[in-house]
Design a protein around this ligand. Structure first.
Ligand code: V0V
Length: 148
């Protein structure tokens, strides 16, 4: 890895906050012809979520729909303040520990001291939007079976 690289591999997903997951999935399938490849409830993050493959291969990038489990969850509060829309941009990383340490060295705040559980047993962390030009950046290290 060269000194500037933090091990980013590709855009993993663009996360979109929506009030109702089933309606959101139906809209993206009907309108854009995307395919829902995964749904899951993440209680710790307070979300019901769905991954929709943008093209034939989900590894080339997904839209992630995020619906709140509770009004006081992160997505619930975001919807109340800003309404539905883009919530985050997520990058796949080779090694989340390496990426987070490199970002901390560069003066960027990570939200968690240690990575937490994300979609499909991935490990995730976030860069605070105030340290990333107003964009919530998620880092995703896929579970071994999903990486590549
Ligand atoms: C808040 N702000 C944002 C933002 N959320 N700016 C851009 N994008 C967002 N998504 C801004 C907001 O406008 C305020 O700016 C400021 O940050 C403080 O916001 P707040 O409403 O007071 O909210 P906080 O501070 O309570 O929470 C903001 C953070 C929170 C980013 C700390 O959303 C968080 O912990 N996010 C990480 C977890 C998460 O997002 N989980 C749900 C997805 P002004 O008004 O002060 O200028 S879970 C997921 O993606 C999974 C499981 C997965 O992908 O696998």
């Amino acid at each position: 890895m060269d000194s500037a690289s933090i091990g980013l591999l590709r855009i993993d997903h663009v996360g979109i906050a929506i009030p109702d997951l089933d309606e959101g999935i139906a809209f993206y399938e009907r309108t854009f012809g995307m395919r829902c490849v995964h749904t899951e409830v993440n209680s710790e993050q307070g979300v019901r979520e769905a991954m929709l493959a943008v093209g034939p291969d989900p590894a080339n990038g997904c839209v992630q729909l995020l619906a709140p489990l509770r009004p006081d969850s992160t997505i619930g509060k975001f919807l109340e303040k800003k309404g539905p829309g883009i919530h985050q941009v997520a990058y796949t990383v080779a090694d989340i520990g390496v990426a987070c340490d490199a970002l901390r060295d560069r003066g960027v705040r990570l939200l968690y001291d240690e990575p937490r559980q994300g979609t499909a047993d991935s490990r995730i962390n976030f860069v605070h939007p105030k340290d990333a030009g107003g964009v919530l950046i998620e880092l995703v290290e896929p579970a071994p079976a999903h990486s590549g």
